[in-house]
Design a protein around this ligand. Structure first.
Ligand code: ATP
Ligand code: MG
Length: 429
């Protein structure tokens, strides 16, 4: 026997029994997106590796350790996208989107790839939903982005959420802060984890983000960026916070929250679920005014967030917020006996389907008992039983699966009757 081929580690099959949860989440996301008037953008899953190396940066885990990079047959160095912000900025520049309009409000949804150690809530192929406001330097856009992320999660009835926010200030503030942070950390260098020691040179802000216990203890005493803000940065942050107050969005200011990328400015935020354990960040975002210039475009301001869909699914599970599993079909047509009645079943199914009533028939030539068992498993509301005797009178039996009640219905009025019954039950529930 040939050896079985398995799926790639850290990548998941979404099976039919689970896919309805994805649909539920996707529909909810679309619903709220529509309320904000954002437009969808789709970009390729593959990009030149250079795009992420230049934007996200080699000193980050995402590019330094996690990115899938390969040489294609033509010798191009390509990469499976680990995130989509860089792709969007590339697309905005390449397609001159900001020449046609001064601002673009964009959303996206799709698979991202990072070669991380797989664990609960952390996969090598995962999905992000995200939104970006491109073209506005004003704090109202930061707040619109945050409120969109917040409302998306509220829509699902989640309660154990925490919005954490910080500011990184403008680039002058960041430079002064970085110098102060390095000056503080230098004397502790020997106590830092090897990773953080390396970051002291390459990307010191990322040390604030370290999960290492000993690093954390040192970071706790570190200078805070809020104490380094110049007037512009202070005013920007104050406006963001007061607008959040106006919108009644609760937040916690976390002075050590950073997005460890050089192009971030001002707002950085994260939404975590206290219902999750280790991988508790559902959503992260911030302002990235410095990115366009890194990609060789005319600079433009932008702010956005990315939400992990697998994590959102885990939170919904943890907070028990999924609705009831939808039935596979609403009507099952069971045929009694051999070919003639099975043909009738096919014909009736076709009529119901033409009216958009989700209908299933038996394809395994089973006994009536077997067919009823399948109907049950599919969770249908009605079974139409086509028997020779009744059919000769132009009648079929309609069985209500909830009450068990059976009724003779004339062929000519079947569609009408089914529609009426289904509507009735929907109103009752
Ligand atoms: P983490 O600290 O959990 O590694 P991150 O800072 O790498 O997160 P971002 O790059 O900000 O995450 O991505 C935004 C969101 O995407 C995260 O908040 C999370 O919900 C989700 N996410 C990131 N990496 C993964 C992954 N490997 N598997 C599943 N979801 C992920
Ligand atoms: Mg990560």
């Amino acid at each position: 026997m040939n050896q079985r081929i398995q799926r790639v580690r850290g990548m998941q099959d979404v099976l039919p029994g689970e896919v309805w949860k994805w649909r539920y989440v996707e529909q909810g996301l679309m619903h709220i997106t529509a309320a904000f008037g954002y437009q969808e953008i789709r970009t390729p899953v593959l990009e030149l590796a250079e795009l992420f190396i230049r934007s996200v940066g080699e000193t980050t885990d995402i590019v330094g350790k996690e990115m899938y990079v390969f040489e294609d047959r033509g010798g191009d160095i390509l990469s499976l996208r680990p995130e989509m912000t860089a792709s969007i900025v590339r697309a905005v520049i390449e397609n001159h989107l900001l020449q046609q309009q001064p601002i673009a409000r964009l959303w996206y949804y799709g698979p991202m790839f990072r070669r991380e150690r797989p664990q609960k809530g952390r996969y090598r192929q995962f999905h992000q939903y995200g939104a970006e406001v491109v073209g506005s330097p004003h704090p109202e856009s930061d707040v619109e982005i945050i409120s969109m992320a917040w409302q998306l999660l509220q829509h699902f009835g989640l309660s154990q959420l925490e919005l954490r926010i910080n500011t990184l200030g403008n680039s002058e503030t960041q430079q002064r802060y970085r110098a102060a942070l390095v000056a503080y950390l230098e004397p502790h260098k020997d106590q830092l984890s090897p990773e953080s020691q390396a970051r002291l040179v390459t990307n010191p802000l990322r040390i604030l983000d370290s999960k290492n216990e000993q690093d954390r203890a040192i970071v706790e005493q570190a200078p805070k960026i809020v104490d380094f803000l110049d007037d512009e940065s202070r005013a920007f942050f104050d406006t963001v916070l007061s607008l959040l107050d106006r919108l009644s969005i609760p937040y916690v200011v976390d002075p050590y929250l950073v997005r460890g990328l050089d192009y971030y400015r001002h707002t950085a935020f994260e939404i975590v679920s206290t219902a999750l354990g280790a991988q508790n960040a559902v959503c992260g975002g911030g302002r990235y005014d410095g990115l366009a210039a890194l990609l060789g475009g005319k600079p433009f301001p932008a702010v956005g967030f990315a939400l992990g869909v697998e994590r959102l699914l885990l939170v919904l599970e943890a907070e028990d917020r999924f609705p009831a599993k939808p039935p596979v079909a609403q009507v099952y047509i069971a045929a009694v006996g051999e070919a003639p009645m099975r043909e009738v079943a096919l014909m009736l199914a076709s009529r119901l389907r033409a009216e958009h009533i989700p209908t299933t028939v038996d394809l395994l030539r089973r006994s009536v008992k077997g067919q009823l068992r399948e109907a049950n498993r599919y969770g249908v509301r009605l079974v139409v039983i086509v028997g020779e005797q009744e059919w000769q009178q132009g009648m079929v039996i309609v069985k209500d699966m909830a009450s068990g009640e059976q009724k003779l219905v004339a062929e000519a009025t079947l569609v009408q009757e089914v529609v009426r019954r289904l509507r009735q039950e929907t109103n009752e529930s």
